[in-house]
Write a protein that binds this ligand. Structure first.
Ligand SMILES: O=P(O)(O)OC[C@H](O)CO
Length: 918
């Protein structure tokens, strides 16, 4: 609202005009300072001068309107540009009104207006000599608009401050189609009813721009013309002063000049751009906000506030951080179909500070398309969508700006003036996918679809362009070829999504988790010795089959003990099938053979197979898409789903080693975890094993159903290389739905998307605790390293660099430390070993345990298996065990001085770590 006004008027004029406009633009202001200009007189006149009468009339009229208004008035004979600027600043004016001047010089009037508006940043209303108040209601305001929309930010701010609503139209010059759709969107958001071309409204060439716009405004029925200074180049403003002064003086439609948002040089100006978004009940629409600079360079703008306009109203105030704006779901509760929005950026240094976008509340299923699919697939998508689906594009990388991508889509699909363009990173909050390879963009597209489907937006299909077409059990994915073939045949219906009650269950289902199955008996094992003994006992008790899948197989004494047990079982007639990743077990790749597996394979009733053997020069994908699962299945009735590979670090108890200062780092056991389970999931695990077994050339085998044996509920989550991201999405579901507590146990570099999800959890009040270990083990408070493994110290810095932001946000981290045991040299004080376990605990609701680390390799590249146990007593037992580990560990929070001292070192390693290593 304008609270303080300075009104400069010709004291020989009528008072109605001034009063009309003060009332039109403001609710009753606090103070009005009236300055009447009078000609100099040499002697007193008998009757009161007309000027005094006008001043009094205005004063009385303002008091009649609202007696609280503080009105002061003065008559001046000399009030030049400097004088007007002086009184305006002296009174702290928020609006300066120039009434009709009859006798002052037009040049002086326009110079004062430009000075106030361009230098003092004040809105200035100029009421021309020929103006008459519009008797008709509602009033109509015309907005002079630059072809690129520049200046509409100031208009939006003015509209939100203006007392009286008015019908709005925009006046502009002939536009390019791209400019037209940009302006139409902004216009809709600001409540502008029509976009009219001044050329069409003014047949006769006029002498000045001021005259052209005056004629156009009058012909379009407007009684007020808004001219944002940002829409004028400085040269234009000068021209207005030099050649348009008289036209301004004579104007029939009053002009309100709005000051610039920020002074800037148009040539080097940055602009903002905003992606589009989708809305649904309970879903907060997410938008990418980017800054486009010189030569179309795209960057993430600094965090800032924004105001969102829709349909001529201010929808609300929001904030963008890290290039993403998340708006309130409640703002869109009643939205249906497409709605134009305009984002105004507070404190923006870019003059085009009001940017348009659309939000769509779908009324039909959505066909989600990678925005960079080739032309043929774009046409197929258009044909497939027809009138049946909303066609929605997704930008997967921000190397091409939103504007470039929209322009490309508009060019290829000219019937879509505003192709709806979402941004994958905005939905996934994955830090612009900086730590995620491009090969997985198809998966990222599918993951956007699962986020939308979680909010009950029906997805007809997801059209990717990637070599690795993503797969999902409940969402249809199409390659470009499939989309072309399908566009000629039948329409698609969204696949059914199993209906499990509750948002958490729905997100787990959409994460690709198996169904929640009851009837289990499940225990976890954090103790390596007990894990080994229970495994050996199960092997020794096996009667028919032992199926083992592993990633790393060490050739050491522990492996020998276990393989001896497998051989004993085979000697009893138990069929042993052993499946190992060919690269990491060192078996059957590049001509290498693992002696432990060779020995095992030479045993009758034992078959050993290698997964994805490598020969010759492998591709990146062959090297990275390894099978990381660790499963053991006994007699189709018992399963071990674990983080443990086969070897001494995983199956040696801390109390089984004689530790001293000279113990080689390799001989220090690791903290690990696995689950032993019985019940229906064993059959599912066996089927997963069989799929890998047959893929590796093995013969299929019978899989009996596993009967319920207990009361516990659990789900199986299987992730298969670049095909899907099921384990990542399951981990995220646990993080998204935690209400009070999250505990993570892992020592792998946290995926940035998981990092952001954890930070969000901390911010919504969840207690987040992370137990991590030392890749290079050490002892004592002074951090003395065991001999060897110096390079592992760098890995430690890298892993820890990814914890910094979460700890800074308020999470508590624990560096595992174990008090000395009787078999250790007492002077060690404490042991800080590696933590290899992969655990995630969500409240007392769920525990995820298995092979999946919390890093990019597990999330995208490798194949993983984990079990989500949904059993509060199990979770409480797990939390109890972890708390006893926390109790002896080194607690780190954001105030920890030792931790802070190393922040730069960690950050340097974080920046320079080779991304391929993961
Ligand atoms: O130690 P693992 O079995 O979790 O494997 C580590 C590898 O880096 C897997 O990505």
């Amino acid at each position: 609202m304008f609270r303080r006004l300075v009104v400069v008027f010709d004291a020989g004029s009528e008072s109605e005009q001034v009063l009309h406009w003060v009332q039109r633009l403001t609710a009753a202001p606090e103070a009005v300072y009236l300055y009447g200009l009078v000609p100099e007189r040499s002697e007193l006149e008998a009757p009161p001068p007309a000027s005094l009468t006008v001043l009094d009339r205005l004063r009385h009229a303002l008091h009649d309107w609202d007696e609280g208004i503080q009105v002061s008035g003065a008559l001046e004979t000399h009030l030049d540009t400097g004088g007007i600027v002086h009184v305006a600043t002296k009174h702290g004016a928020e609006l300066v009104v120039f009434g009709p001047h009859l006798d002052t010089s037009p040049r002086a009037r326009v110079s004062a207006m430009l000075m106030l508006c361009l230098r003092e940043h004040l809105p200035v209303l100029s009421i021309g000599r020929a103006a008459t108040p519009s008797p008709a209601l509602p009033s109509r305001t015309a907005v002079a608009v630059a072809p690129d929309g520049r200046g509409l930010g100031a208009v939006a701010t003015f509209l939100s401050r203006c007392a009286v609503r008015s019908e709005l139209i925009a006046l502009t010059s002939e536009l390019e189609p791209e400019q037209a759709s940009h302006l139409q969107a902004l216009g809709r958001a600001l409540g502008i009813e029509q976009l009219l071309h001044v050329e069409a409204l003014t047949e006769n060439p006029a002498n000045s721009r001021a005259e052209v716009f005056d004629v156009a405004a009058l012909r379009s029925g407007a009684d007020l013309l808004l001219v944002p200074a940002d829409a004028l180049a400085d040269v234009e403003a000068l021209m207005l002063g030099l050649f348009g002064a008289r036209a301004l003086q004579e104007a029939r439609v009053p002009i309100l000049m709005l000051p610039r948002a920020q002074p800037s040089s148009a040539m080097f100006e940055d602009t903002y751009a905003v992606s589009d978004s989708l809305a649904a009940h309970g879903l907060s629409p997410r938008f990418a906000v980017e800054r486009v600079g010189f030569m179309s360079s795209v960057s993430v703008p600094e965090a800032g506030d924004l105001t969102v306009f829709e349909g001529g109203n201010t929808l609300g105030q929001g904030r963008h951080t890290g290039g993403t704006a998340v708006l309130e779901a409640s703002w869109f509760e009643h939205t249906r179909g497409h709605h134009a929005l305009a984002f105004s950026f507070a404190g923006a240094s870019a003059p085009r500070d009001l940017m348009p976008c659309y939000v769509l509340a779908p009324e039909k299923p959505v066909l989600l398309v990678d925005s960079l699919v080739e032309e043929e697939a774009l046409d197929a998508a258009r044909a497939l969508a027809a009138e049946r689906y909303h066609l929605v594009f997704v930008r997967l990388r921000d190397s091409d700006s939103l504007a470039q991508q929209r322009a490309r889509l508009r060019e290829k699909l000219p019937d879509l003036p505003w192709p709806l363009l979402l941004d994958a990173s905005a939905w996934l909050d994955d830090a612009r996918a900086d730590d995620v390879p491009r090969q997985v963009d198809g998966q990222r597209l599918l993951r956007v679809a699962t986020r939308l489907a979680a909010a009950h937006i029906p997805i007809a299909a997801v059209l990717t362009r990637d070599a690795y077409k993503p797969l999902h059990p409940h969402l249809r994915t199409l390659s470009p070829e499939e989309s072309v073939a399908l566009s000629r045949t039948t329409p698609l219906e969204p696949l059914p999504i199993p209906d499990e009650s509750g948002a958490f269950a729905r997100e787990l289902v959409l994460a690709g988790c198996g169904p929640r199955r009851e009837g289990h008996d499940i225990a976890f094992e954090l103790d390596n010795r007990l894990a080994r003994e229970s495994l050996l006992a199960a092997i020794d008790a096996a009667r028919s089959t032992i199926h083992w899948q592993c990633y790393i197989v060490e050739d050491d004494a522990i492996t020998a003990r276990i393989t001896e047990a497998l051989k004993r079982a085979a000697a009893r007639g138990v069929h042993v099938r052993f499946l190992a990743d060919a690269l990491y077990s060192g078996h059957d790749s590049f001509g290498a053979l693992n002696p432990a597996l060779v020995s095992l394979s030479e045993t009758p009733f034992v078959e050993v197979r290698a997964i994805a053997p490598l020969v010759g020069v492998p591709s990146l994908s062959e090297l990275k898409q390894r099978n990381h699962r660790k499963l053991t299945l006994i007699d189709s009735t018992r399963a071990f789903v674990s983080g443990r590979n086969l070897g001494a670090p995983y199956y040696t108890g801390f109390d089984e080693v004689d530790l001293h200062r000279d113990t080689p780092y390799r001989d220090i056991p690791w903290l690990d975890c696995g689950a032993r389970l019985q019940g229906p999931l064993v059959g599912d695990l066996e089927r997963a094993f069989q799929a890998e077994w047959t893929r590796a050339g093995g013969e299929p085998f019978d899989i009996p159903e596993s009967a319920p044996v207990g009361t516990m509920a659990a789900r199986l989550v299987l992730h298969e290389g670049l095909r899907d991201t099921h384990t990542l999405d399951a981990q995220l579901a646990l993080i998204h739905h935690a209400r009070s507590r999250l505990v993570l146990v892992n020592t792998f570099p946290l995926l940035l998307e998981l990092q952001n999800a954890l930070i969000a959890a901390v911010r919504r009040g969840v207690r987040v605790e992370i137990l991590f270990g030392s890749v290079r083990p050490h002892h004592g408070d002074a951090r003395t390293y065991f001999p060897g493994g110096a390079l592992r110290e760098v890995a430690d810095h890298y892993v820890r660099s990814r914890l910094d932001a979460v700890i800074e946000a308020g999470a508590i981290a624990y560096e595992l430390a174990l008090p000395t045991l009787p078999t250790w040299e007492p002077s060690l004080e404490q042991l800080c070993p590696h933590v290899h376990a992969k655990l995630l605990v969500c409240d007392t609701t769920a525990v995820a345990v298995g092979s999946a680390n919390l890093d990019v390799t597990a999330a995208y590249w490798e194949s993983e298996a984990l079990v989500i146990v949904e059993d509060p007593p199990f979770t409480e037992r797990m939390l109890g065990a972890l708390e006893s580990l926390f109790a002896t560990s080194r607690r780190i929070d954001h105030e920890d001085s030792r931790w802070r001292d190393e922040v730069e070192q960690r950050a340097w390693v974080g920046r320079n770590w080779p991304s391929l290593v993961g």
